[in-house]
Every structure is written in structure tokens, then in C-alpha cells.
Design a protein around this ligand. Structure first.
Ligand code: AMP
Length: 113
């Protein structure tokens, strides 16, 4: 069974996609926790979390960070919070690595994280 994010990559379920290249897709989180709340996702579901991604393909992690910066510049003032939840007890619900890009403005206590 493919992850929910693979199903978005394959256009099996809809999403508000804001960026895509050969290795990464980004779309709006369905339950936003900030004025800008995007998910930046490697297209491969090979890595469950950022620790696995950093060990397995550090260049892809670096590209994911660069895409996050680009989107935060396009959609806010270029400043952003980058959140990776690692494991169920840390709030991870989708085990296909993804970065939450949260941006502006973020008020204290506004995040569900
Ligand atoms: P996490 O809890 O860190 O695993 O993050 C999963 C995120 O995916 C949550 O913030 C959800 O709101 C978001 N999400 C789940 N399904 C969808 C979907 N179909 N489209 C967009 N975001 C989704």
C-alpha cells in the first residue's frame, strides 16, 4: 500500500501542489497550523523519517531544505520554521519523510507541535 504522499505524487488523491521537480513535491497541509503551512516531501517513500533520509541521501535532504527556503520566500518573508516529526510519540502520523514549512507570521502558541 502506497503512502498517502505517494498517492498525491501519483495524482490518485488531490492536493494543492505548490512545487514539483523530479525528486521533490510540495503541497499545502490539509490542516494548517500557521498562515503558511506546506509539506515538502521527497517523492520516494524509501525513507520513513529525516534520520533515515540524512543517512541514506544527504543531498536529497539538502535539496529539501533549499526548496523549503524558496517556498518560504515566495509565500512569506523568507523566514520559516522547519519541523520534522520523528516517531508516533513525537507526533508523526505519516511514515514517508516530510518537512513541515511553517511561516508567517507565527505567533507564540499558534502551533499544534
Ligand atoms: P506528521 O504528523 O508530521 O506525520 O504530518 C502529517 C501531516 O500531513 C499532517 O500535518 C496532516 O495535516 C497532513 N496531511 C495528511 N493528509 C493530507 C493530505 N491529503 N493533504 C495534505 N496534507 C495532509
Amino acid at each position: 500500500m502506497s503512502s498517502i504522499f505517494t498517492r498525491i505524487v501519483e495524482r490518485e488523491i488531490p492536493a494543492d501542489i505548490v512545487f514539483e521537480n523530479d525528486r521533490i513535491i510540495a503541497f499545502k497541509d490539509i490542516a494548517p497550523q500557521a498562515p503558511v503551512h506546506l509539506l515538502v516531501v521527497p517523492k520516494t517513500e524509501q525513507y520513513a523519517n529525516v534520520v533515515e533520509l540524512a543517512a541514506g541521501d544527504p543531498a536529497l535532504l539538502a535539496e529539501l531544505v533549499a526548496v523549503s527556503q524558496k517556498l518560504a520566500t515566495e509565500q512569506a518573508n523568507g523566514e520559516f520554521r522547519l519541523v520534522f516529526n520523528n516517531g508516533p510519540s513525537a507526533g508523526q502520523t505519516v511514515f514517508h519523510v516530510h518537512a513541515h514549512v511553517l511561516s508567517g507570521p507565527i505567533t507564540e502558541g499558534s502551533l499544534g507541535f
